[in-house]
Ligand binder design. Structure first.
Ligand code: SF4
Length: 417
């Protein structure tokens, strides 16, 4: 058992605390071994995040001013929950690696592309890159994402990341920007071009011109019970330029905060009710949430949050149970008929899908009929109605960490050379 783990008199809480602290330490050492010091370069996940919130992205690269392990049971539970979510992603990634290895495909895991663009050090870490030289030179990037529920469409944050990966791989193809480490962090290849690395790793020959290669990227989203693929994403010059420009902005703002030219609270924050804010380590003193202190409200808010959590657990349990009963029914010979079970009877029958009106298609039809965009829009506007405005209560958790003050930052951090 860790010597510094803070044990509470309640053994169950103490055990969870040891687990949360251990996961935190493991995450830190695994990141250091495979990704290096993330404060000294801009990663592609920083870019995706920076497009949403510059303050959180830069704050994440500053040395932590005060990040003790949380002491309250509630805060420890939140830390454990976040660590489990984060590390579930790594477990899935290793599972996907095993699936690809079972096919004996030429697979590079955590390929690093290291470039400097207009003074900004950028590193991309690609989960999996599959390579083949026949029948035509082919490269497929596979980025794994673990999500609680599979999304209908891919989040913009993930899309910008994968566009950055495929764009950088193409742009840096024949430059010595490629590095490969084993899972312990030991360097296998460093400073090679992509064709050189594939030759060294797999003994296959790829063209030195990336235009002669079929290059695409996919995103594989995994939930606990399902998977969904998004793509393909091809190299796209405008998306790559956006990624590089965003990397430059993050790097510049980071240097300005480190040297005291700028303060973290002057940076743009995410707008609206952004989902990032609830999980943000720097939300405790975020200026977006400026407001008076009223600690007397905490108990009521805590009760409401806990009731909502119970509701969502209950809804999940209902969905799971319903799915299990439907699956069991499908295996019986009673196709569409009733089954009697004690004081209940039940059946599963197909219902017609919900009918919806496609507003964009309707608009096009109306433009065709009226021959005018304005007439079509006016007609649509006359048929639209809006509900009464309503009051919405938004509760956002305050996390533990606070951003570093510029003075502490300048004193404790060496600017990268
Ligand atoms: S709390 Fe939200 S707006 Fe503030 S830094 Fe974090 S992500 Fe950005």
């Amino acid at each position: 058992m860790s010597q510094t783990a803070s044990l509470s008199p309640d053994p169950a809480t103490a055990l969870l605390s040891v687990l949360a602290q251990g996961l935190q330490r493991h995450a830190k050492s695994a990141t250091a071994a495979t990704l290096g010091d993330r404060s000294r370069y801009i990663g592609l996940s920083d870019i995706g995040r920076g497009l949403d919130c510059l303050r959180a992205t830069v704050a994440g690269k500053l040395p932590a001013a005060n990040s003790p392990f949380p002491q309250s049971n509630l805060a420890q539970a939140a830390t454990l929950s976040r660590q489990l979510t984060l590390q579930r992603g790594h477990c899935f990634e290793s599972l996907v690696g095993q699936a690809l290895a079972a096919h004996r495909l030429n697979t590079l895991h955590q390929l690093e592309i290291d470039v400097v663009h207009q003074g900004t050090p950028i590193k991309a870490h690609l989960d999996f890159v599959l390579v083949s030289d026949a029948p035509v030179p082919t490269v497929r990037i596979l980025e794994c994402k673990s999500t609680k529920r599979l999304p209908e469409t891919l989040y913009a944050y993930y899309e910008s990341q994968v566009y950055g990966q495929v764009g950088l791989l193409k742009a840096a193809w024949n430059t010595p920007a490629f590095h490969l480490r084993d899972p312990t962090g030991t360097v296998l290849h460093a400073g090679l071009t992509f064709p050189e690395l594939c030759q060294a790793q797999f003994g296959i020959t790829l063209p030195t011109n990336s235009n002669q290669v079929d290059l695409k990227a996919w995103v594989l989203c995994l939930s606990m019970t399902d998977a969904k693929v998004f793509g393909p994403y091809r190299p796209h010059q405008a998306m790559l330029s956006l990624c590089l420009k965003t990397a430059g902005t993050i790097w510049q703002q980071l240097q300005d905060c480190l040297t005291g030219k700028s303060v973290i609270d002057s940076l743009p924050t995410a707008t609206g009710c952004h989902p990032l804010c609830a999980f943000c380590d720097w939300n405790a003193d975020c200026p977006k949430f400026d407001g008076p202190d009223q600690p007397g409200w905490e108990v009521d808010l805590q009760e409401l949050v806990s009731l909502k959590a119970s509701r969502s657990t209950l809804e999940e349990a209902i969905q799971e149970k319903e799915a299990a009963i439907k699956a069991a029914y499908a295996r019986t010979p009673t196709k569409g008929g009733w089954i009697h079970a004690g004081t209940y009877r039940f059946k599963v029958a197909q219902q017609a899908g919900r009918r919806t009106l496609d507003k964009d298609k309707l608009r096009l039809e109306l433009i065709g009929l009226t021959g005018s965009h304005d007439d079509a829009d006016q007609l649509l506007a006359r048929c639209e109605s809006q509900g009464q405005p309503f009051d919405r209560l938004t509760i956002s958790p305050i996390n533990q960490k606070r951003t570093a003050t510029p003075q502490r930052v300048a004193a404790s951090f060496q600017t990268p050379k």
